[in-house]
Write a protein of this length. Structure first.
Length: 435
């Protein structure tokens, strides 16, 4: 039998990272098993469901690279089917009318299943009690609509958050009443924030679209989400999509809640940025540069991206550093730089003056620039850092950057000499730096 899994979001809000992880796990399992990944939009709550939210969910899945194999099913369009099945259960005596609603008869005895994550889980029918499947206004309830749809879509595996465990016995009772084979149920632990509480807006961004706007790459987000509650074995963390598909199994899903660690996500994103070419990153960085009115020459932008990407955590980081290197008006002195200058303003000024004299005559290649500045340090009998750091601060407003010879090369001779000259004239022993 072909494996068929589904992701079934409700379009009453944005695509939450927990939902995105559920979708990813289902997608990975379908691809691993050579099966089908299906999408069902559970839009029966007409008051809260919107086309805008449906679009955001589909866009979020597409951004993550999760494609679906058949046209999405809209649950709200299937109400007549739900009514037909409820009426059939009523006619068969498996359900009964009460106050105009149709209520399922839940038989006594054990209702149990072997969960793909939590192993054996058991409830008693007496504790579940008979429950409404169709309201008096003939609208279906969640647990009933889900089962009818999953049977009609021939879903073989239901992998979802473990907040659904309490729904599962009701759904099993419905499968049994309808004489349908049970799918494999698997319930994935929730995602918590760093404080150990369920992930929510108080922990920061929870919508997938927010991370896209924060400059996270889809491949990094996908890799990060995959490791929230699933382990491929060993201590590997950076994986290609093909590796994730090959390694994914229900057996690797952990039973305890996963912790969403933003620092880890940014670190992982940095790894992906480092491994990406400047050409690959350009379409992501260019719109961010437009927002700060930087219309840089494409070759200069590409060269600058290549220089800064290995020290960046997000594409916003990259855009900020590109802007600083290509337009002096974006240079803002940070606190560390200000303290560095304040320690010895006269020394800072003298170092820049000495460097300017050497740089005006230097050939503008990274190798020649490094050679010239190291020769200056040797001539003055100081460590190379004493020459490099004032240049770095003057050009970027910060104390960390790519190697200074590369920085100078990226900024360009004319612009670099002007910035260094301006820095010299703006500093005196009693002055504070610009910005």
């Amino acid at each position: 039998m072909t494996t068929r899994v589904r992701f079934a979001p409700s379009p009453t809000g944005y695509l939450h990272v927990g939902g995105a992880r559920t979708a990813l796990f289902n997608w990975l399992y379908a691809r691993h098993a050579g099966g089908k990944f299906l999408l069902r939009i559970e839009d029966t709550d007409k008051a809260r469901s919107t086309d805008e939210h449906t679009k955001v969910i589909l866009d979020g899945l597409t951004w993550l690279g999760l494609d679906w194999d058949e046209e999405p099913v809209f649950q709200g369009a299937r109400v007549k089917r739900h009514q037909e099945i409820a009426d059939r259960l009523l006619a068969e005596g498996k359900a009964y009318m009460e106050d105009g609603a149709i209520r399922l008869r839940v038989p006594p005895g054990e209702i149990a299943w072997d969960d793909a994550v939590h192993e054996h889980i058991s409830f008693q029918g007496e504790d579940i009690k008979d429950f409404v499947i169709l309201r008096a206004d003939r609208s279906p309830l969640y647990n009933f609509a889900v089962v009818v749809d999953d049977i009609d879509m021939q879903i073989t595996h239901v992998l979802r958050g473990d907040d659904h465990i309490s729904n599962t016995p009701k759904q099993i009772a419905l499968y049994q009443a309808l004489g349908a084979a049970l799918p494999v149920f698997g319930h994935v632990p929730m995602i918590h924030g760093s404080d150990g509480k369920k992930l929510s807006k108080r922990h920061g961004a929870t919508a997938v679209g927010d991370y896209q706007h924060m400059g996270i790459l889809p491949a990094a987000m996908r890799n990060f989400l995959a490791l929230l509650g699933w382990s491929p074995g060993g201590d590997r963390e950076i994986m290609t999509l093909d590796e994730m598909i090959a390694l994914f199994s229900f057996g690797g899903i952990q039973k305890k809640p996963a912790i969403f660690d933003m620092t880890k996500l940014e670190w992982m994103n940095g790894q992906y940025l480092s491994a990406s070419s400047a050409e690959e990153l350009y379409p992501l960085v260019a719109p961010q540069l437009e927002q700060v009115n930087l219309d840089g020459d494409k070759d200069a932008v590409l060269r600058t991206i290549a220089a800064v990407k290995t020290r960046s955590r997000t594409t916003l980081d990259i855009a900020k550093q590109v802007a600083v290197r290509l337009d002096a008006k974006h240079v803002v002195f940070d606190e560390k730089a200000k303290k560095e200058i304040a320690k010895d303003p006269a020394g800072y000024k003298a170092a820049l003056e000495a460097s300017l004299a050497v740089l005006r005559a230097a050939e503008w290649t990274p190798a020649a620039l490094e050679q010239a500045l190291r020769a200056l340090a040797e001539q003055q009998g100081v460590a190379a850092g004493k020459v490099f750091q004032p240049i770095r601060i003057a050009l970027t407003g910060g104390t960390v950057s790519e190697p200074v010879n590369e920085l100078l090369h990226v900024v360009g001779k004319e612009a670099a000499l002007k910035r260094l000259g301006d820095a010299v004239t703006s500093i005196d022993p009693g002055a504070s730096p610009r910005g």
